[in-house]
Design a protein around this ligand. Structure first.
Ligand code: SAM
Length: 326
């Protein structure tokens, strides 16, 4: 599995919130030494909550109704398509997807929410609600060849599905990398992510935001940053702005003449230490003479940083370093 960490501002925000909650708990504990105030016939729900509850499972539900159709439209015409929705939650975009798509598979980890969705869509045969973790569900079973479909004479080539999701931000990179790993099942991926992550996904080589995440995503397709929503578009509001990105799957592995696993490992090495030059990152793994020759052959300056290299150049260097490279 492709695996690397991205800076997650939402995680930072969640950690901040967690430390605030523990301060509040400490304050409450010291307050418990004071005499208790009397409650007189006040229904439980009517009391004012002093400490806002921390949303679990990254649950910031879409509250801006005008945003839902814009997100769904980013998938294009889905009347003939199978759509995978990640984290349908309370169904802010699920209703539209159920109405517009040929088939909808929605994966929700929260037991209560998935049970509610199953009830809600029980009369719609094109909708399947799976209670599960999108990081562990068997995508081969859901989208791959079914028993018998590989018989000689049968041509198993189903239309690739489209993916959509207002992601739980605490696992953005894991979800993204899993989708890229299983890109063979998908044609278009539309995701709401925190704005900083979208900036990085869509960044061009040489720009401030270009890094391992950009290079990896762009290896599998065209990345577009479509629009941005403020925290107030969600309930409860996150601490960050959010952007919708669209990845149109079109792997470049063949045209770059690289093998998937080896090239991804090479990218990780190139971007290993952010502030180091390509030379310094690569010499930890390659013999210096071979490295000098390969850099010269691919026309890459040793003092350059990986962040400045377009994928074509990085691939040329990789091929030059590989046995029998061109
Ligand atoms: N789609 C809804 C919306 O736009 O209002 C909810 C979005 S909310 C940001 C993320 C949703 O993902 C939540 O419903 C949460 O329970 C769900 N979720 C969190 N982790 C998940 C996981 N590992 N697999 C599937 N769903 C997950």
């Amino acid at each position: 599995m492709i695996k690397f960490a991205i800076i997650d501002h939402e995680q930072d925000a969640q950690r901040d919130a967690a430390s605030r909650v523990s301060t509040e708990t400490a304050e409450k504990n010291s307050a418990s030494l004071k005499p208790e105030r009397k409650r007189v016939n006040v229904p439980k729900g009517a009391t004012i909550q002093t400490s806002p509850r921390k949303p679990k499972l990254g649950q910031h539900f879409l509250a801006d109704e005008s945003a839902a159709p814009r997100i769904v439209d980013a998938l294009g015409d889905i009347s003939d398509a199978t759509v995978l929705e990640i984290g349908p939650g309370r169904g802010a975009i699920t209703d539209l997807l159920a109405r517009k798509s040929r088939r909808l598979i929605a994966v929700e980890l929260d037991r209560v929410l998935s049970a509610q969705l199953r009830m809600k869509f029980s009369m719609q045969p094109n909708v399947e609600i799976i209670e599960g973790d999108v990081l562990t569900i068997e995508l081969d079973t859901v989208f791959g060849a079914k028993p018998g479909s590989l018989r000689t004479g049968l041509n198993f080539a189903p239309e690739p599905a489209r993916v959509i999701g207002n992601l739980p931000y605490y696992i953005t990179s894991d979800i993204l990398l899993r989708l890229l790993e299983y890109h063979r099942y998908f044609s278009t991926i539309v995701l709401m992510v925190q704005k900083e992550v979208a900036d990085r996904l869509a960044a061009s080589p040489g720009s401030r935001d270009y890094g391992l995440l950009s290079a990896t995503a762009q290896l599998y397709g065209r990345v577009e940053q479509l629009f941005t929503l403020p925290p107030g578009a969600f309930s409860p509001p996150p601490k960050v702005y959010s952007s919708v990105v669209r990845i149109t799957i079109k792997p470049r592995l063949k045209s770059l003449r690289v093998s998937e696993a080896e090239f991804i490992a090479f990218l990780k090495l190139c971007f290993g230490q952010k502030r180091k030059t390509l030379w310094n990152n690569l010499k930890t793994r390659y013999d210096e003479d071979a490295l000098r020759a390969a850099l010269a052959k691919s026309g890459v300056k040793p003092a350059i940083r990986a962040e400045a290299l377009p994928l074509e150049k990085t691939a040329a260097l990789f091929r030059a370093l590989s046995d029998g490279g061109s």
